[in-house]
Ligand binder design. Structure first.
Ligand code: SF4
Ligand SMILES: [Zn+2]
Length: 471
């Protein structure tokens, strides 16, 4: 079953007193492998309750802190913050949250300015605890966007990462939150039939690698449960809606948001075995080597990060033809099969040709994503060998001249690499029906100049790829 994590639940609230065990059972049956339970929300006491719940359930993790509603109550008593500090050292505590600012109910109070000051002071003290204990933050921001962002920036609230939970802003705010290095967490509000347009725009805008899913139960039950008490198993509806909005499968959203949540909160999990074949949407990608002819400056591989779209692509060993064929399974399950992965496929030319032949014989559509250095590496024109085996090819060019190419994608081929890629594209036109040249949108890559070169001089289609957006 597809794994999923509810990144924000209040299971210690009295709403669950009667049937907490059944709620957890339903969550596990729905595929949930983790729940981050929020310790803040009902004063200091709830922090202890939440940690107790986490201690007796391997798949529940706890957070600590004070909700902004409690700020004025706790701020004058330093023992409250001492108690939170003590809890911060507990192994099942994974974050400080939800903490933040909420001006919704206090805006019309005669002493609103004073209440706001208390909230800001409380938030600052909790950020300091997060920083002292290397914990990420879960931020609650309701009708207080400017003060929240200002405080987060000023107090260095991004040292250990964080998430803006139950996101309720627009795309402009989402951008600011992403710039801070934070994740954005989506609740069941995204499924609502009315007034969900802004949130749905945010979901389309934010890269899936930066989204989390949550219930915020017992509140904000998604459709078709709207109005009922919410519970962790309903987070499936949130992930399904995100999948529909982003044109991904439910499995894609579940896998990637689960990895995001594990990363942010450092949740324990075994690294899955490196994948040879991995599905994204209706395409099957093949990862046949981790070797590259280039050392692209923007590639996360160099920092030891081999995770792409929630998959581990670090191969334990280079697969042989039969390993790859077995990993493919039934190619007719997919719209296309793509040689891509975390390495340069043409480094394994003979295997690539053998697998492509089998795929074509079986009627599959075959695509190749390559760095375009194959002719230089092999010392011959490999494109004539790929004729009839590859339906479409995407070649990373990443620059409009040799000097820039060398700085973005250094290799042992030096100045000879860029002209070789250009020649490769010209040769590809003669041998492969569909040819695209692409550039990654990272600093140092002049997308428009590259587009002009590709479309006007080389005469093929151009595609600008998002950084780290494999697939
Ligand atoms: S060719 Fe691909 S995998 Fe290799 S370094 Fe460049 S971006 Fe990374
Ligand atoms: Zn909450």
């Amino acid at each position: 079953m597809t794994e999923l994590i509810d990144s924000h639940a209040h299971l210690t609230f009295p709403d669950f007193d009667k049937d907490r065990k059944d709620v957890l059972k339903r969550a596990r049956e729905a595929g949930l492998v983790g729940i981050v339970n929020i310790g803040s929300g009902a004063g200091l006491e709830d922090n202890f309750k939440s940690l107790d719940l986490a201690k007796v359930n391997d798949d529940i993790f706890s957070t600590i802190g004070f909700h902004p509603h409690d700020a004025s109550k706790v701020i004058g008593h330093s023992e409250n913050f001492d108690a939170i500090k003590k809890l911060a050292a507990e192994p099942k505590v994974v974050a400080v949250g939800e903490v933040g600012l909420d001006y919704h109910y206090i805006a019309k109070e005669p002493n609103a300015a004073h209440l706001k000051k208390d909230q800001i002071e409380c938030l600052k003290r909790l950020i300091a605890i997060a920083n002292e204990f290397n914990l990420p933050l879960i931020i609650h921001d309701r009708e207080a966007h400017d003060d929240t962002l200002f405080t987060l920036r000023n107090e260095h609230a991004n040292n250990w990462g964080g998430v803006m939970h139950c996101f309720s802003g627009d795309v402009a705010l989402a951008k600011e939150v992403l710039d801070l290095g934070y994740y954005i967490s989506i609740t069941g509000a995204v499924t609502f039939k009315k007034k969900a347009e802004d949130l749905q725009k945010v979901v389309k805008y934010v890269p899936i690698e930066r989204l989390l899913v949550e219930t915020d139960c017992p509140y904000i039950a998604p459709e078709p449960h709207r109005g009922e008490r919410n519970e962790p198993s309903y987070v499936v509806q949130v992930a399904k809606k995100i999948a529909a909005l982003k044109g991904l499968s439910y499995e894609d959203v579940a896998r990637i948001t689960t990895l995001n949540t594990r990363r942010l909160f450092h949740l324990p999990h075994e690294m899955p075995e490196g994948r040879i074949a991995y599905a994204i949407r209706q395409s099957l990608y093949l990862n046949i080597t981790n070797r590259c002819s280039l050392a692209c400056k923007f590639c996360p591989k160099h920092s030891g990060n081999f995770e792409v779209k929630g998959y581990n692509l670090k191969l334990q060993r280079e697969p042989d033809i039969e390993d790859v064929w077995k990993a493919i399974g039934d190619p007719s399950d997919f719209k296309e099969v793509v040689f891509c992965g975390y390495g340069e496929p043409t480094m394994r030319l003979e295997l690539l040709k053998a697998i492509a032949k089998r795929l074509k014989d079986g009627g599959a559509i075959v695509r190749l994503d390559t760095d375009g250095l194959g002719n230089l590496v092999h010392g011959r024109n490999i494109l004539s060998e790929l004729k009839g085996l590859i339906d479409s090819i995407s070649i990373s060019i990443n620059a409009d001249n040799s000097k820039k190419y060398k700085s973005v994608c250094p290799s042992k081929y030096g100045e000879t690499a860029f002209p070789a890629v250009c020649d490769f594209i010209r040769e590809a036109k003669k041998n492969i029906p569909d040819v695209t040249a692409s550039a990654v949108s990272v600093p140092g890559v002049d997308a428009e100049a590259t587009r002009r070169l590709v479309e006007k001089e080389l005469g093929v289609k151009f595609r600008l790829r998002e950084y780290q957006n494999v697939g």
